[in-house]
Design a protein around this ligand. Structure first.
Ligand code: SF4
Length: 441
């Protein structure tokens, strides 16, 4: 059992190893920090092996070489594909009017511009949209991994919360995703494809229009202007693909998202933090949630490997850190657990010297969770102490709670709904009814 749990400790990039249910159960009993993946996918592979959507420039070049495009043309052809796929959102090679007919035919013979399938869309009362997305099958053992992706529109920005893993290796005790087994890491193409799907769904391409009645930013900017890696998974346990995906998303000739509008949230994978800053140059968020190691060991068990001091030292060393590039510390408000005045004062003391913003997150309950959300007065009092010490301390408005799209609620409920859908189908009740029930929970 210990061997199983130690795999990711020794090397976060180690190929995951399938474990027996017995070993898994033993690991769970030992209050495991991490779970292991069941199926590995080659990093950077195109979903399904045939779609060009989500690929990096190098991967596109390889795809062109594979169908016999001469090397001298690679740069120009990649630029053409890049423009059509990432700037215009082309869904068919026939749209690529500046690519010769012969090459278009060759491309269409060998590849597609297919997106991952959207299995369901739920729209919250507040305009938040949650999509259940099925990735292409990667082989005979894979039916197509499913992940969730959430779009949060505001008047002046549209934020897309993307997943980096299917399930999660970690076991944060307040997080519903953490109760699920890790299935596998997503490839960079699959991470980028979440943005492509979102732009398809809300009409965020030149000449496209948003769906009837959709709430999208009205300041004239892009409908997706910000990305947060706060969906399913720990991004820094999949750093190669996360960094490659950020390169594609921020490329100025395609999807053109500013790196300053991309935030990677980690529970504290200390050895990968400097690399993230140096290579991806994005904003950093830390899931802190506790100010004492004994409590953080329980709430965010990776703390037993990298404690609060190590984590904050890594924050101080984060490349590019300045008052203009502050680190966001996420702090979930749990009634009677981490929400006292003393906790707030200790938080301020710990963060001294780090350009920081503290996001207070009212706990989003999920079925079976053992925590309650702090009372509103307590959250305000906590926020006040932090604010008086000179830190911005916004209380994050829960978004999409009615469709279980809020922080820490992703994925599991979908499985539950799908299980219930199967049961109701057996009883002759339609799936629409099931989702109507789910929306009210
Ligand atoms: S909070 Fe993040 S890292 Fe922790 S279990 Fe949930 S998804 Fe995984």
């Amino acid at each position: 059992m210990a061997t199983v749990l130690d795999i990711a400790k020794r090397n976060p990039n180690a190929a995951p190893v399938a474990v027996s249910d017995a070993a898994r159960a033993a690991g769970a009993n030992a209050l495991s920090i991490e779970k292991t993946a069941e199926l590995n996918v080659v990093a950077g592979a195109a979903p399904g092996g045939a779609s060009l959507v989500g690929l990096t420039r190098d991967q596109l070049k390889d795809s062109l070489a594979a169908i016999g495009v001469p090397e001298r043309e690679h740069k120009m052809r990649v630029a053409q594909l890049w423009h059509w796929i990432y700037f215009r959102g082309a869904k068919d090679f026939s749209e690529m009017t500046n690519v010769g007919k012969e090459l278009r035919a060759k491309l269409a013979d060998a590849y597609t511009l297919a997106r991952p399938q959207v299995i369901s869309e739920q729209v919250s009362k507040d305009g938040t949209r949650k999509w259940l997305i099925r990735m292409a099958s990667t082989g005979p053992l894979d039916k197509g991994a499913e992940i969730e992706c959430v779009y949060i529109p505001e008047t002046d920005r549209g934020t897309l919360c993307v997943s980096s893993q299917v399930g999660c290796t970690l076991t944060c005790s307040f997080c519903h995703t953490g109760t699920q087994r890790l299935v596998r890491n997503l490839t960079s193409a699959e991470i980028v494809a979440q943005l492509i799907v979102a732009r398809d769904m809300i009409g965020d391409w030149p000449d496209a229009t948003p769906p009837e009645g959709a709430f999208v930013p009205n300041d004239g900017g892009r409908f997706v202007s910000n990305i947060v890696f706060m969906g399913m998974g720990e991004p820094l346990y999949n750093p190669d693909d996360v960094i490659a995906a950020i390169d594609v998303m921020s490329d100025g000739e395609g999807l053109t998202l500013s790196r300053r509008r991309i935030t990677v949230s980690t529970s504290g994978v200390v050895p990968q933090m400097e690399r993230l800053g140096a290579e991806a140059n994005t904003m950093l968020a830390i899931s802190l949630h506790a100010v004492r190691d004994d409590l953080r060991d329980v709430l965010v068990p990776i703390n037993r490997k990298y404690d609060i001091k190590q984590l904050l030292d890594a924050c101080r060393a984060y490349p590019g850190l300045s008052n203009a590039r502050r680190i966001t510390f996420e702090y979930v408000m749990l009634k009677g657990v981490n929400d006292s005045d003393a906790d707030a004062r200790e938080l301020v003391r710990l963060l001294k010297g780090i350009p920081a913003k503290i996001n207070l997150i009212p706990f989003n309950p999920w079925p079976g969770s053992k925590y309650e959300c702090s009372d509103w007065e307590r959250i305000e009092r906590f926020s006040e102490i932090v604010y008086r010490a000179g830190y911005a301390s916004p209380v994050r408005t829960p978004r999409g709670r009615d469709i279980l799209a809020a922080c820490g609620q992703l994925k599991s409920e979908t499985e539950k709904l799908r299980a219930r859908a199967r049961m109701m189908a057996e009883q002759g009740i339609g799936a629409e009814g099931v989702y109507a029930v789910g929306n009210g929970e």
